[in-house]
Design a protein around this ligand. Sequence first.
Ligand code: ADP
Ligand code: MN
Ligand code: MN
Ligand code: MN
Length: 336
Amino acid sequence: MPKFKLEYIWLDGYLPEPNLRGKTKIADAEPKSIEDCPMWGFDGSSTRQAEGHSSDCMLKPVALYPDAARENGFIVLCEVLLPNGDPHPSNYRNTVPEDADAWFGFEQEYFLMQNGRPLGWPEDGYPKPQGQYYTGVGFENVGDIAREIVEEHLELCLAAGINHEGINAEVAKGQWEYQIFGKGSRKAADDVWVARYIMSRLCERYQVTVQLHCKPFQGDWNGSGMHCNFSTKFMREVGGKPYFEKLMATFDKYRDEHIAAYGPDNHMRLTGLHETQSIDKFSWGIADRGASVRVPHAFVKNNYKGYLEDRRPNSMADPYKIASRVLRTLSEIPTE
Ligand code: ADP
Ligand code: MN
Ligand code: MN
Ligand code: MN
C-alpha cells in the first residue's frame, strides 16, 4: 500500500505581506476530499505568529489539490487558527465574506530572477528597451529557461485543478503573467496562493527566484500588477448605469482603503505611466488601461452588466485582502 504525502501549506505572519510555509504529513489513505485531511499544527514562534512560551498555532485544512510534482502527493491549503479555534490575526482568508456568486479573476504578473537579474537580461546593464517582449517569442525576447519554467508551472497548476485561464510573456523582459479565475468569493484567491506555492517550489530546481515586488526596476520598465477582475450576481444579471455610477463613486470614496489592501510600495508602480493611473487619483474609463478601473466595452454594450477590472492591486498583494476590500465596498451599494 502506498503512503500519501500531504503538503500542508499556510501563510505566515510576516508584514507587509505573508510568505508561504509548508510541511509534509504522511497519510495511509488517499484523501478524497478536504474532510479527509485532519487538523494539524505548527510552531508559530518561528513564523511570527506566536510567542515562544505559547507557540502552538493550528492548521485548518480548507482546500485540497493534487500535487503532480510528487508521487501520491497532495497540497492541502490551510487557514491558521489560534489555539482556542479563533482565526489568527494573520488569517485574511477568514475576512473574505463567503459568497458563491462572487467571481474573481486575478492576473498575476511577476519576474523570474537569477543572480539578481531577470532571466534573459545581460550580466551588465540592460536589455533592449521594452517593445517586443510582451507576448513575444524567440531567444532574444524571452531568454532560454523562462518558458520552460512557465510551461511546467502551467502543467502543474492544471494538474492541481487550478483554473488557469491563460499565460503570457509581459512587457518587460523576464516578466510573465498567468490569469486565474474562480467562482466563489475565495476560490480564485485560494488558487493564486497555491499557484504561487507551486511556482516557488518549482523554481528551486532552476536556482531561480520569483520576484513579486511591484517595481523591481526604476526607469522605463513596467512594474508588476495583479489586476482584479470582479463581478457579483447583481452586476452580471441586473447592473445598469445608475448602479455602475454609484459603484464607482463608492470606490472613489474608499480610494485609500483600497490602496491599503492592494499591496506594498504601490506608489512606486502607480505613477500614471506604464498603463497605470497615479496612486492619488481614482478614475474609470472604457477600455482605458490608464484608469484605476477599466470598464470592458462589452460591459457598456450590455447595458452596464458584467465584470469590471480594478487595475490597482499589485503583484505582491494578498488576493484575500483584495477580495475582502472589493466585496466590502460593494456591500455598501444598495441594489434596489
Ligand atoms: P487583460 O490583460 O486584457 O486585462 P486578461 O485576459 O489577462 O485581460 O484577464 C481578464 C480576466 O477577467 C481573466 O482572469 C478572466 O477570468 C476575468 N473575468 C472574465 N469574466 C469575468 C467575470 N464575469 N467576473 C470576474 N472575472 C472575470
Ligand atoms: Mn492580462
Ligand atoms: Mn498584464
Ligand atoms: Mn488586466
